[in-house]
Design a protein around this ligand. Structure first.
Ligand SMILES: *Cc1c(COP(=O)(O)O)cnc(C)c1O
Length: 452
């Protein structure tokens, strides 16, 4: 038999996260307060985040110990398997070897619990009683609900109203794990009431839901806020993916020529890629590719500049690739890839030329996801299909050039709760939306003026 899965025992769950901050090509840009337009201080952040996470956000320690309580819960699904995609290779008739790290084995079905668990832990030890957060289609909301349940924290999730109505199953998952789910905009916050006064039937947006969750946390002593992507500490927590994958590639006696991840806010990409960037810095010839939707082309068509994290301009301002905080991407099915910005760490690496970015259309992505599911069996999340498309294109290019190549990509989650998107694909209802350069131009006029 040929080996398919490369598995590590539980004692190989990483003991430390890899912090890329000391290995960046330059200093970290400051994070700016949205009100004062001055750099934020730890005190500004304390109403929202516990001290443990604020420290990690700016830490210059290369290795940060993972607390035993966190590793113990990660052991419910980690180490995650690495697969060799032999049946996909066969389908493509490619000389390339394709590997994927599968993060769909977590209880919530994606990589997001890798950071939800430590975020709940640092809140628990800081005395937080309740977490307020937001969710779009529900992947993050379900992950933070799970984590809060495991640490005995209460959890309120503001869920974008249109998803609350159209995608009921992740709402059910959040409720099963004990969270209160509030359709956003809601009458529970001033931000929500202001929107409802203007538009009682508002569908909501991620930007509005963030504003509601931040307001909830800032106005309650015992409540703090959590974010599922973008921030430095989130990228840090996700490095368990790449640290395990490096060991598993060694078990396979192989090493990637190209590492690929889909990119929404940047966390699953960072999680797989950052540990391999250390190899690149040490002289390995290795390409690292972030893949985003053509309809929300933050990395390939955005600018690298200071911008607000949310539409309502309540969240801190970061230096990042951005399409402008009021850019509204079309309603594609990969809901997790529709953020206007990008992780500042990923942005800095792209600006320095250490990683590449590519944009792909959703129709090609769904075709790749279906080919993958028919060959490998696993039904991918629509977000993950962007990485699959890019990996298949790399493999087809290797075939055309008649040379070997080792490809590693992150299968960030399964699509079991996204079957309506597959139904739409098979019904021929999906379109490739190109971004509108006029809309981006307009949004980029609204960037804050920061002198740093
Ligand atoms: C949320 C999500 C993403 C996008 O978020 P990143 O922070 O860019 O990783 C990708 N894949 C899945 C399965 C997700 O749930």
């Amino acid at each position: 038999m040929k080996q398919i899965k490369y598995l590590l025992p539980e004692d190989r769950i990483p003991q430390q996260w890899y912090n890329i901050i000391p290995d960046l090509p330059g200093p970290l840009a400051p994070v700016i307060h949205p009100g004062t337009l001055q750099p934020v201080t730890a005190d500004d952040l304390l109403p929202l985040f516990p001290p443990g996470l604020i420290e990690q956000e700016v830490s210059t320690e290369r290795w940060i110990t993972i607390p035993d309580e966190v590793r113990q819960i990660l052991a419910q699904w980690r180490p995650a398997p690495l697969f060799r995609a032999r049946r996909l290779e066969q389908l493509l008739q490619t000389p390339a070897r394709i590997y994927y790290k599968y993060e769909g084995v977590s209880p919530a079905g994606s990589h997001k619990p890798n950071t939800a668990i430590p975020q709940a832990y640092y809140n628990k030890i800081a005395g937080t009683r309740r977490i307020a957060s937001e969710t779009g289609a529900g992947q993050w909301g379900s992950s933070i609900a799970l984590a809060c349940q495991m640490f005995g924290l209460e959890c309120t999730v503001y869920m974008v109203s249109v998803s609350y109505r159209q995608k009921p199953y992740r709402k059910s998952m959040m409720q099963l794990w004990g969270a209160e789910v509030v359709p956003s905009p809601s009458s529970q916050t001033a931000a929500g009431r202001a929107i409802l006064a203007r538009d009682p039937d508002s569908n909501g947006s991620l930007g509005i839901a963030i504003s509601e969750a931040v307001e909830d946390a800032a106005s309650h002593e015992d409540t703090r806020y959590c974010l599922g992507s973008v921030l430095n500490h989130v990228c840090l927590h996700q490095t368990v993916i790449g640290l395990e994958a490096r060991e598993q590639m060694a078990l396979a006696g192989d090493f990637p020529d190209v590492v690929i991840g889909c990119h929404g806010g940047g966390s699953n990409f960072a999680g797989l890629a950052f540990p391999f960037l250390a190899d690149k810095a040490a002289g390995k010839d290795l390409r690292i590719v972030a893949v985003e939707p053509l309809s929300c082309p933050t990395l390939t068509k955005g600018v690298y500049d200071f911008d607000y994290g949310d539409t309502a301009k309540m969240a801190p301002i970061s230096k990042m690739y951005t399409l402008g905080h009021d850019f509204m991407p079309p309603g594609i099915h990969a809901g997790g890839l529709r953020y206007h910005g990008a992780a500042p760490l990923v942005s800095q690496l792209l600006d320095a030329g250490l990683i590449e970015a590519r944009a792909v259309g959703q129709v090609e992505c769904f075709q790749a996801a279906v080919d993958f599911a028919r060959a490998e069996g696993i039904i991918p999340a629509p977000e993950s299909s962007h990485a699959i498309r890019a990996a298949m294109d790399e493999a087809l290019q290797a075939k055309e050039e008649g040379r070997e190549k080792t490809i590693l990509f992150n299968l960030s989650g399964h699509g079991h709760v996204d079957m309506a998107a597959y139904d739409a694909f098979f019904a021929g209802e999906l379109e490739n939306y190109a971004y509108s350069s006029a809309a981006v131009e307009q949004s980029l006029q609204q960037l804050p003026k920061v002198d740093c």
